[in-house]
Design a protein around this ligand. Structure first.
Ligand code: NAD
Length: 289
């Protein structure tokens, strides 16, 4: 079909063992648990595999049970050192958010939380469905706040209180484009959560956010046809002009590239990364022609 993406720039690649950044850190050990939301797909799956590849125990959570099973399969194929456990949960439900942290605490010492899960909806503000806004808010902002609230006491209960919350933001947490109001608001908000955690974390409990441009995941590939329709252009034009048009790096990131930033951000090498944002956008927001 002529209106379908026709090259591998929009195909979501799987993580391989060789691509995982390995970091020497005393806390990267089986007794340390890292909760990863959105662990059934894209960046969340890659982050779960990368943290397990560094020897941690991972609590991968997602509403998509099939996706989680795929993550476990991939963990076996890659041969990651740490265990990947799954917790099926809907982040829009408080009780299910609570169950994630309870399950993770059974696996070891909860020190790390990667808030990755997200969803997109494209509509102008004057037509934006408020029930969709509410869902996106619950999944992308309220759940990260509630998970942080529940994880902080676990980090503080460890012998040295070392731990971190990593939040997946976006270039849309820095500047925005039209028809994505709920997404934009959520991404600006997650940076506020990051800085609030840094303000209250006391130094050993850190927080950071990651802001990337487009990453080759189903979230991106699924929105390309909608964006094409909204703008009245072809799918190829969306990829070349809209997504990569303002980026100096003319390739989308792979999910593992983002996962490796979580590995670094959680590690002791990032001791002074606290409240800060890792802007890895290929020059997208800081340059123009
Ligand atoms: P994805 O669609 O591949 O994965 C998102 C995951 O979130 C899915 O597995 C989905 O099931 C899960 N999820 C959605 N609603 C949920 C709910 N109610 N409860 C539990 N889980 C739920 O997307 P991705 O591209 O990997 O995106 C992950 C994060 O990265 C998002 O926060 C997104 O905004 C952000 N991000 C993505 C890109 C990109 O280009 N892909 C760029 C910048 C930021």
């Amino acid at each position: 079909m002529s209106d379908e993406p026709n090259d591998d720039r929009v195909t979501a690649p799987e993580v391989s063992a060789a691509e995982i950044l390995r970091v020497d850190d005393d806390h990267f050990a089986p007794e340390s648990v890292c909760i990863v939301t959105g662990g059934g797909s894209g960046i969340g799956r890659a982050t779960a595999l990368a943290m397990a590849g560094n020897g941690l125990t991972v609590a991968a959570t997602d509403v998509d049970a099939e996706g989680l099973a795929g993550t476990v399969d991939r963990a076996e194929e890659v041969g990651v050192e740490g265990e990947v456990h799954t917790v099926e949960a809907d982040l829009s439900e408080d009780e299910e958010v609570e169950a994630i942290v309870e399950a993770a605490a059974e696996m070891g010492e909860v020190r790390y939380l990667a808030n990755v899960a997200g969803l997109q909806h494209i509509d102008p503000i004057d037509e934006f469905p408020m029930e969709t806004y509410d869902l996106m808010h619950r999944v992308m902002l309220r759940a990260p706040i509630y998970l942080s609230k529940l994880v902080v006491p676990h980090v503080r209960a460890t012998d040295d209180g070392v731990g971190a919350v990593g939040n997946m933001a976006s270039v849309h947490g820095h500047y925005v484009t039209h028809d994505k109001v709920a997404y934009n608001v959520a991404k600006f908000g997650i940076r506020g959560l990051t800085q609030s955690l840094a303000a209250e974390g006391g130094g050993d409990l850190r927080a950071f956010s990651l802001s990337t441009g487009y990453v080759k995941t189903p979230l991106v590939t699924n929105q390309i046809p909608d964006t094409a329709e909204q703008r009245g252009i072809s799918v190829d034009e969306v990829v070349e002009d809209v997504m990569l048009g303002q980026s100096r790096t003319k390739e989308m990131m792979d999910p593992v590239d983002v996962a490796n930033l979580f590995v670094f951000g959680f590690s002791e090498h990032a001791q002074h990364l606290n409240g800060g944002d890792l802007l890895f956008d290929g020059g997208m927001t800081l340059t123009y022609d």
